[in-house]
Design a protein around this ligand. Structure first.
Ligand code: G3H
Ligand code: 13P
Ligand code: ZN
Length: 307
Protein backbone atom coordinates (compact mmCIF):
# COMPACT_ATOMS: atom_id res chain seq x y z
CA UNK A 1 0.00 0.00 0.00
CA UNK A 2 1.27 3.54 -0.76
CA UNK A 3 2.78 5.53 2.09
CA UNK A 4 0.26 7.49 4.16
CA UNK A 5 0.76 10.77 6.03
CA UNK A 6 1.60 11.21 9.69
CA UNK A 7 -1.82 12.76 10.20
CA UNK A 8 -3.53 9.70 8.64
CA UNK A 9 -1.88 7.52 11.27
CA UNK A 10 -1.90 9.74 14.33
CA UNK A 11 -5.34 11.33 14.41
CA UNK A 12 -7.11 7.93 14.72
CA UNK A 13 -4.53 6.91 17.33
CA UNK A 14 -5.24 9.93 19.54
CA UNK A 15 -9.00 9.50 19.04
CA UNK A 16 -8.97 5.83 19.99
CA UNK A 17 -6.35 5.97 22.74
CA UNK A 18 -3.43 4.06 21.27
CA UNK A 19 -0.03 5.13 19.92
CA UNK A 20 1.87 4.46 16.71
CA UNK A 21 5.55 3.57 17.04
CA UNK A 22 8.06 5.65 15.08
CA UNK A 23 11.17 3.52 14.69
CA UNK A 24 14.43 5.09 13.54
CA UNK A 25 15.99 3.41 10.55
CA UNK A 26 19.10 3.88 8.45
CA UNK A 27 19.39 0.55 6.64
CA UNK A 28 17.67 -2.49 5.17
CA UNK A 29 17.88 -4.66 8.27
CA UNK A 30 16.19 -2.22 10.66
CA UNK A 31 13.52 -1.35 8.08
CA UNK A 32 12.76 -5.02 7.43
CA UNK A 33 12.64 -5.89 11.13
CA UNK A 34 10.09 -3.10 11.70
CA UNK A 35 7.91 -4.12 8.76
CA UNK A 36 8.02 -7.82 9.61
CA UNK A 37 6.73 -7.13 13.12
CA UNK A 38 4.14 -4.59 11.93
CA UNK A 39 3.00 -6.93 9.14
CA UNK A 40 2.52 -9.90 11.47
CA UNK A 41 0.70 -7.83 14.09
CA UNK A 42 -1.29 -5.80 11.52
CA UNK A 43 -0.09 -2.52 12.97
CA UNK A 44 0.32 0.93 11.43
CA UNK A 45 3.90 2.11 11.74
CA UNK A 46 6.20 5.09 11.14
CA UNK A 47 9.73 4.76 9.80
CA UNK A 48 11.80 7.68 11.04
CA UNK A 49 14.99 8.89 9.39
CA UNK A 50 17.18 11.44 11.08
CA UNK A 51 19.24 13.90 9.04
CA UNK A 52 22.33 11.84 9.82
CA UNK A 53 20.56 8.63 8.72
CA UNK A 54 19.78 10.30 5.38
CA UNK A 55 23.39 11.37 5.06
CA UNK A 56 24.53 7.82 5.86
CA UNK A 57 22.17 5.84 3.62
CA UNK A 58 21.10 8.33 0.96
CA UNK A 59 17.68 9.92 0.49
CA UNK A 60 16.65 7.85 -2.55
CA UNK A 61 17.79 4.59 -0.97
CA UNK A 62 15.83 5.15 2.23
CA UNK A 63 12.69 6.22 0.38
CA UNK A 64 12.89 3.17 -1.91
CA UNK A 65 13.43 0.77 1.01
CA UNK A 66 10.52 2.11 3.03
CA UNK A 67 8.10 2.59 0.10
CA UNK A 68 8.80 -0.89 -1.31
CA UNK A 69 8.33 -2.56 2.04
CA UNK A 70 5.12 -0.64 2.77
CA UNK A 71 3.83 -2.13 -0.49
CA UNK A 72 5.11 -5.60 0.22
CA UNK A 73 3.89 -5.86 3.83
CA UNK A 74 0.57 -4.11 3.21
CA UNK A 75 0.36 -2.07 6.43
CA UNK A 76 -0.29 1.69 6.62
CA UNK A 77 3.14 3.28 6.97
CA UNK A 78 4.52 6.83 6.97
CA UNK A 79 8.05 7.88 6.10
CA UNK A 80 9.05 10.56 8.58
CA UNK A 81 11.95 13.00 8.91
CA UNK A 82 13.07 12.96 12.56
CA UNK A 83 14.47 16.15 14.16
CA UNK A 84 14.64 18.23 10.99
CA UNK A 85 16.71 21.35 11.58
CA UNK A 86 18.13 22.00 8.12
CA UNK A 87 15.70 23.68 5.69
CA UNK A 88 17.42 22.10 2.69
CA UNK A 89 16.96 18.59 4.07
CA UNK A 90 13.35 19.33 5.04
CA UNK A 91 12.59 20.58 1.53
CA UNK A 92 14.28 17.60 -0.10
CA UNK A 93 12.20 15.24 2.05
CA UNK A 94 8.96 17.05 1.13
CA UNK A 95 9.90 16.83 -2.54
CA UNK A 96 11.41 13.37 -2.24
CA UNK A 97 8.44 11.31 -1.07
CA UNK A 98 8.50 11.66 2.74
CA UNK A 99 4.94 11.84 4.08
CA UNK A 100 5.76 13.45 7.42
CA UNK A 101 8.48 15.85 8.55
CA UNK A 102 9.53 17.12 11.94
CA UNK A 103 10.81 20.65 12.38
CA UNK A 104 12.75 20.73 15.61
CA UNK A 105 12.95 24.33 16.70
CA UNK A 106 12.94 23.39 20.37
CA UNK A 107 16.37 24.91 21.05
CA UNK A 108 15.27 28.32 19.81
CA UNK A 109 13.35 30.96 21.76
CA UNK A 110 9.55 30.61 21.40
CA UNK A 111 9.02 33.23 18.68
CA UNK A 112 11.82 31.82 16.52
CA UNK A 113 10.47 28.27 17.00
CA UNK A 114 7.01 29.49 15.91
CA UNK A 115 8.41 31.28 12.88
CA UNK A 116 10.46 28.26 11.73
CA UNK A 117 7.57 25.87 12.30
CA UNK A 118 5.13 28.08 10.37
CA UNK A 119 7.56 28.19 7.46
CA UNK A 120 7.83 24.39 7.38
CA UNK A 121 4.04 23.97 7.72
CA UNK A 122 3.54 26.17 4.65
CA UNK A 123 6.02 24.19 2.55
CA UNK A 124 4.97 20.74 3.77
CA UNK A 125 1.21 21.27 3.61
CA UNK A 126 1.53 22.52 0.03
CA UNK A 127 3.05 19.11 -0.76
CA UNK A 128 0.49 17.12 1.25
CA UNK A 129 3.02 16.28 3.97
CA UNK A 130 2.28 16.36 7.72
CA UNK A 131 4.35 18.36 10.21
CA UNK A 132 5.49 17.50 13.73
CA UNK A 133 6.93 20.34 15.81
CA UNK A 134 8.61 20.36 19.23
CA UNK A 135 8.17 22.58 22.25
CA UNK A 136 10.24 22.11 25.41
CA UNK A 137 13.67 20.50 25.59
CA UNK A 138 14.60 16.89 26.31
CA UNK A 139 17.33 16.89 28.94
CA UNK A 140 18.81 13.72 30.37
CA UNK A 141 21.52 12.44 32.65
CA UNK A 142 24.11 13.20 30.00
CA UNK A 143 23.19 16.89 30.01
CA UNK A 144 24.23 17.06 33.67
CA UNK A 145 21.43 19.39 34.73
CA UNK A 146 19.87 19.59 38.18
CA UNK A 147 16.28 18.38 38.73
CA UNK A 148 15.08 22.02 38.83
CA UNK A 149 16.88 22.88 35.59
CA UNK A 150 15.49 19.75 33.99
CA UNK A 151 11.91 20.58 34.91
CA UNK A 152 12.43 24.13 33.67
CA UNK A 153 12.93 22.62 30.21
CA UNK A 154 9.57 20.79 30.29
CA UNK A 155 6.79 21.92 27.94
CA UNK A 156 4.60 24.70 29.33
CA UNK A 157 0.90 23.80 28.77
CA UNK A 158 -0.31 27.35 28.01
CA UNK A 159 2.60 27.88 25.61
CA UNK A 160 1.78 24.58 23.91
CA UNK A 161 -1.81 25.73 23.27
CA UNK A 162 -0.65 29.01 21.75
CA UNK A 163 2.12 27.30 19.77
CA UNK A 164 -0.21 24.81 18.05
CA UNK A 165 -2.77 27.55 17.29
CA UNK A 166 -0.17 29.83 15.74
CA UNK A 167 1.84 27.24 13.82
CA UNK A 168 -0.94 24.89 12.67
CA UNK A 169 1.40 21.94 13.12
CA UNK A 170 -0.22 18.49 12.89
CA UNK A 171 1.39 16.95 15.96
CA UNK A 172 3.43 18.23 18.88
CA UNK A 173 6.46 16.68 20.58
CA UNK A 174 6.56 17.54 24.26
CA UNK A 175 9.14 17.36 27.03
CA UNK A 176 7.89 15.65 30.21
CA UNK A 177 11.03 14.00 31.55
CA UNK A 178 12.23 11.63 28.84
CA UNK A 179 15.55 12.07 27.03
CA UNK A 180 17.38 10.52 24.11
CA UNK A 181 19.82 7.63 24.43
CA UNK A 182 20.46 4.84 26.92
CA UNK A 183 21.02 6.90 30.10
CA UNK A 184 17.76 8.64 30.88
CA UNK A 185 17.52 8.66 34.68
CA UNK A 186 19.91 8.64 37.64
CA UNK A 187 17.39 7.61 40.29
CA UNK A 188 13.83 6.38 39.93
CA UNK A 189 12.40 7.04 36.44
CA UNK A 190 9.61 9.60 36.62
CA UNK A 191 7.52 11.32 33.96
CA UNK A 192 5.48 14.49 34.53
CA UNK A 193 2.12 12.87 33.78
CA UNK A 194 0.16 15.73 35.47
CA UNK A 195 1.76 18.17 33.09
CA UNK A 196 0.96 15.90 30.14
CA UNK A 197 -2.65 15.74 31.27
CA UNK A 198 -2.81 19.53 31.30
CA UNK A 199 -1.21 19.84 27.86
CA UNK A 200 -3.62 17.24 26.46
CA UNK A 201 -6.60 19.17 27.82
CA UNK A 202 -5.49 22.29 25.91
CA UNK A 203 -4.06 20.78 22.73
CA UNK A 204 -6.13 18.53 20.47
CA UNK A 205 -3.46 17.48 17.97
CA UNK A 206 -1.70 14.14 18.62
CA UNK A 207 1.16 14.44 21.13
CA UNK A 208 4.56 12.86 20.54
CA UNK A 209 6.93 11.29 23.05
CA UNK A 210 10.60 11.30 22.09
CA UNK A 211 13.26 9.46 24.06
CA UNK A 212 10.82 6.69 24.91
CA UNK A 213 13.10 3.64 24.80
CA UNK A 214 12.77 1.30 27.77
CA UNK A 215 16.29 -0.18 27.76
CA UNK A 216 14.60 -3.58 28.40
CA UNK A 217 16.46 -5.70 31.00
CA UNK A 218 16.80 -8.76 28.72
CA UNK A 219 18.08 -6.71 25.79
CA UNK A 220 20.55 -4.85 28.02
CA UNK A 221 21.70 -8.09 29.66
CA UNK A 222 22.43 -9.76 26.31
CA UNK A 223 24.53 -6.84 25.11
CA UNK A 224 26.41 -6.59 28.43
CA UNK A 225 26.99 -10.36 28.62
CA UNK A 226 28.77 -10.18 25.30
CA UNK A 227 30.94 -7.26 26.30
CA UNK A 228 29.03 -4.09 25.50
CA UNK A 229 29.94 -1.26 27.88
CA UNK A 230 26.60 0.20 28.88
CA UNK A 231 27.20 1.31 32.48
CA UNK A 232 24.03 2.34 34.30
CA UNK A 233 21.79 2.44 31.26
CA UNK A 234 18.20 3.13 32.29
CA UNK A 235 15.07 3.75 30.19
CA UNK A 236 11.38 4.57 30.52
CA UNK A 237 9.37 1.81 32.27
CA UNK A 238 6.51 0.29 30.21
CA UNK A 239 4.00 1.40 32.88
CA UNK A 240 4.93 5.08 32.28
CA UNK A 241 4.51 4.60 28.54
CA UNK A 242 0.99 3.21 29.09
CA UNK A 243 0.12 6.20 31.29
CA UNK A 244 1.43 8.60 28.64
CA UNK A 245 -0.75 6.94 25.98
CA UNK A 246 -3.79 7.18 28.27
CA UNK A 247 -3.14 10.93 28.46
CA UNK A 248 -2.90 11.83 24.79
CA UNK A 249 0.46 10.58 23.47
CA UNK A 250 -0.22 9.10 20.01
CA UNK A 251 3.29 8.75 18.55
CA UNK A 252 6.21 7.16 20.37
CA UNK A 253 9.82 7.35 19.14
CA UNK A 254 12.13 4.39 19.54
CA UNK A 255 15.73 4.23 18.43
CA UNK A 256 17.94 3.21 21.37
CA UNK A 257 16.17 -0.11 22.05
CA UNK A 258 16.75 -1.18 18.43
CA UNK A 259 20.41 -0.17 18.64
CA UNK A 260 20.80 -2.22 21.83
CA UNK A 261 19.08 -5.28 20.30
CA UNK A 262 21.24 -4.98 17.19
CA UNK A 263 24.45 -4.72 19.20
CA UNK A 264 23.68 -7.61 21.57
CA UNK A 265 22.75 -9.98 18.76
CA UNK A 266 25.72 -9.12 16.57
CA UNK A 267 28.05 -9.56 19.54
CA UNK A 268 26.51 -12.91 20.48
CA UNK A 269 26.65 -14.28 16.93
CA UNK A 270 30.26 -13.27 16.44
CA UNK A 271 31.30 -14.61 19.83
CA UNK A 272 29.31 -17.89 19.88
CA UNK A 273 29.86 -18.75 16.21
CA UNK A 274 33.34 -17.57 15.27
CA UNK A 275 33.15 -19.71 12.10
CA UNK A 276 30.43 -17.44 10.69
CA UNK A 277 31.56 -14.74 8.28
CA UNK A 278 28.50 -14.34 6.06
CA UNK A 279 27.07 -10.84 6.75
CA UNK A 280 23.55 -12.18 6.14
CA UNK A 281 23.91 -14.63 9.01
CA UNK A 282 25.30 -12.01 11.37
CA UNK A 283 22.75 -9.35 10.44
CA UNK A 284 19.95 -11.92 10.19
CA UNK A 285 20.29 -12.59 13.93
CA UNK A 286 20.30 -8.86 14.60
CA UNK A 287 17.10 -8.52 12.57
CA UNK A 288 15.40 -11.20 14.66
CA UNK A 289 16.34 -9.37 17.86
CA UNK A 290 15.10 -6.01 16.57
CA UNK A 291 11.87 -7.56 15.26
CA UNK A 292 11.13 -8.92 18.76
CA UNK A 293 11.65 -5.44 20.23
CA UNK A 294 9.32 -3.84 17.66
CA UNK A 295 6.66 -6.50 18.29
CA UNK A 296 6.74 -5.86 22.04
CA UNK A 297 6.39 -2.09 21.45
CA UNK A 298 3.42 -2.55 19.12
CA UNK A 299 1.68 -4.61 21.80
CA UNK A 300 2.49 -2.09 24.54
CA UNK A 301 1.36 0.87 22.39
CA UNK A 302 -1.97 -0.80 21.56
CA UNK A 303 -1.54 -0.46 17.79
CA UNK A 304 -1.89 -4.21 17.08
CA UNK A 305 -4.74 -4.94 14.65
CA UNK A 306 -5.23 -1.23 13.87
CA UNK A 307 -3.88 -1.56 10.29
O1 G3H B 1 16.68 11.41 18.25
C1 G3H B 1 17.58 11.04 17.53
C2 G3H B 1 17.60 9.66 16.99
O2 G3H B 1 17.92 8.73 18.00
C3 G3H B 1 18.50 9.56 15.79
O3 G3H B 1 19.82 9.74 16.11
O4 G3H B 1 20.99 11.43 14.65
O5 G3H B 1 22.21 9.43 15.60
O6 G3H B 1 20.53 9.17 13.74
P1 G3H B 1 20.96 9.97 14.97
P1 13P C 1 15.36 6.86 22.28
O1 13P C 1 16.78 7.29 22.30
O2 13P C 1 14.76 6.77 23.65
O3 13P C 1 15.13 5.59 21.52
O4 13P C 1 14.53 8.01 21.52
C1 13P C 1 14.54 8.10 20.13
C2 13P C 1 13.96 9.37 19.62
O5 13P C 1 13.34 10.14 20.31
C3 13P C 1 14.17 9.65 18.18
O6 13P C 1 13.65 10.87 17.81
ZN1 ZN D 1 13.83 12.38 19.27
Amino acid sequence: MPLVTGEDLLVPARTHGYAVGAFNTSNLEITKAVFEAAGELRSPVMLATSQSAIKYAGLDNLRALVANMADAFGVPAALHLDHGTDMEVIESCVEGGWTSVMIDGSHHPLERNIELTRRVVRIAHAGGVSVEAELGRLVGVEDEVSVEEGEGAFTDPAEAELFVERTECDSLAIAIGTSHGAYKFKGEPRLAIDRLEEIASLVSVPLVLHGASAVPPDVLELAKTYGAQLGDAKGVPPQSISEAIEHGVAKINIDTDLRLAFTGNVRRTLSDSPEIFDPRKILGEAMKGMKAVVASKIKLFGSENRA
